[in-house]
Design a protein around this ligand. Structure first.
Ligand SMILES: Nc1nc2c(c(=O)[nH]1)N[C@H]1C(S)=C(S)[C@@H](COP(=O)(O)OP(=O)(O)OC[C@H]3O[C@@H](n4cnc5c(N)ncnc54)[C@H](O)[C@@H]3O)O[C@H]1N2
Ligand code: MOO
Length: 434
């Protein structure tokens, strides 16, 4: 087997994301019951179909009155209003009409009303029950109320449409549906929503040394961590994932696996076998399976050999085998691409700035993405780089909640310097030490 010279299509992280997303669009759309839409992305703009609230309603428990009738009220000169009916939440239109329809303009009346109940048009204000003196009948229900102060018009009434008028664009296509968005969609009684289909991903860990988790450890072998890491990462992003068992370092087998995966998935992700070693076959197997390279080197460390390829509408990521390089590839390249394919509009990595707590001496010609602990103190982020952050090490994963960027060049970064960092995706343990 001859060593194939690795093609050098070198890009920055930002360029890589652009290459990955260019010409790609979200998968198809589907209509789902609203409760199954959590975490999914709206594929249509949502315009309000009717006014919200849909009718004029009481915002407090008390009495609906005409403000005019309370004008002369004061301490010691209470106005007495006759309670002519009770209207509760859910009362029918007919009942509301029946209660007030035949009243004359001069009647001194009120209705007992509860929060969420329709307010008859006869009344223009709701008086909280705490500030009236009821005179109750034998059944304990109020017959009269005494009012000892004037009540201005419009109190404790939510007018129809005061929250949102009809025909308003309230959620745009590309919005992820979480609990907050549910509040809007469910309030309009939407039974189903049109969302983008989840991208499908096949994960192929590559390497003769890899063992399936659960198998007994044998000499000179390691467990396939990346296969499960990539799968977990994608699941947390709400993507459909199929994880394959480790594929051996064999070009024909790898070509077959890549071809098969590409038939089933929108995105194929390999880990390992992407560097310059004689047994790194991902690049040539990708070519044999009909993929064209988008880039074969990214100006980042770890993960410099990270590569990407495209065949029709299918993307193939060749992530690095070293676990921390693999993880950087996930956060920096896979996540923005997946968000794009999920249909999320304008997704950007959220770069924050923090004060470096320890100098990082190791210089690097590319930006270095180091696993760190980010803490917030009095409004200032502090970044403590974790020791032992070699590309092949896993210890730093246990504690890290951030990836910090050491700028490229000969000097690394010094304690006290303000550097960029990102908080890691979906911190299962809450993540932030605040
Ligand atoms: N002569 C050179 N050698 C290397 C270079 C270079 O520029 N010149 N680059 C180094 C860098 S940087 C990296 S990163 C690695 C990347 O190598 P690969 O992505 O091809 O990955 P492998 O060689 O297959 O494995 C690297 C390392 O990771 C372990 N590994 C692989 N898969 C998994 C997995 N699924 N779970 C856990 N650990 C995994 C593997 O056993 C190796 O120890 O290349 C350098 N070499
Ligand atoms: O690009 Mo590598 O991940 O630094 O060891």
């Amino acid at each position: 087997m001859t060593t194939l010279q690795k093609q050098q299509l070198v890009v920055s992280v930002e360029e890589a994301i652009r290459h990955l997303c260019e010409g790609m669009s979200p998968a198809q759309t589907e209509k789902l019951p609203l409760e199954d839409c959590v975490g999914r992305v709206l594929a249509e703009d949502f315009f309000t179909p009717f006014p919200m609230p849909p009718f004029r309603r009481a915002a407090m428990d008390g009495y609906a009155v005409r403000s005019l009738t309370t004008l002369g009220a004061g301490p010691g000169s209470e106005v007495m209003l006759r309670v002519i009916a009770e209207i509760k939440a859910g009362s029918s239109l007919e009942w509301v009409e029946e209660c007030t329809g035949r009243r004359s303009i001069d009647d001194m009346d009120a209705v007992r009303i509860f929060t969420g109940a329709p307010v008859p048009h006869r009344y223009d204000t709701v008086v909280m029950q705490e500030v009236v003196t009821p005179i109750k009948g034998e059944d304990g229900k109020p017959l009269w109320i005494g009012i000892d102060r004037p009540h201005p018009s419009g109190r404790h009434i939510a007018e129809a449409g005061e929250d949102l008028g009809p025909g308003k664009l309230i959620l745009v296509k590309g919005t992820t549906i979480g609990a907050k968005e549910m509040a809007v969609l469910a309030s309009y009684g939407l039974g189903e929503a049109v969302v983008y289909a989840k991208p499908k991903v096949v994960v192929l860990p590559v390497g003769d040394e890899l063992l399936e988790p659960g198998a007994p450890l044998s000499a000179n072998r390691i467990y396939d961590a990346n296969g499960l890491v990539v799968t977990a990462f994608l699941k947390q992003l709400g993507v459909d994932v199929i994880r394959r068992k480790p594929v051996p370092d064999h070009p024909a087998i790898l070509t077959k696996e890549i071809r098969l995966a590409a038939e089933q998935a929108d995105v194929v992700i390999t880990t390992g076998g992407i560097s310059v070693g004689d047994h790194d076959y991902v690049e040539r197997s990708a070519a044999n399976a009909g993929f064209e390279p988008l880039f074969t080197k990214v100006l980042m460390r770890p993960g410099t050999p990270t590569s990407a390829f495209k065949k029709g509408d299918c993307l193939l990521f060749g992530l690095s085998g070293n676990p921390s390089a693999c993880y950087s590839g996930l956060e920096l390249l896979v996540k923005p691409t997946m968000q794009w394919l999920k249909g999320i509009k304008n997704y950007r990595i959220q770069w924050l700035k923090g004060k470096l707590e320890d100098s990082v001496g190791k210089p690097c010609p590319y930006p270095r993405y180091i696993r760190s602990i980010a803490t917030m103190e009095l409004g200032v982020w502090r970044i403590s780089p974790l020791p032992n952050d070699k590309s092949g090490n896993i210890a730093a994963f246990a504690e890290a909640n951030a990836i910090a960027v050491i700028p490229p060049g000969g000097r690394g970064a010094v304690k006290g310097e303000m550097i960029s960092f990102l908080l890691l995706t979906h911190m299962a343990n809450g993540g932030l030490t605040l």
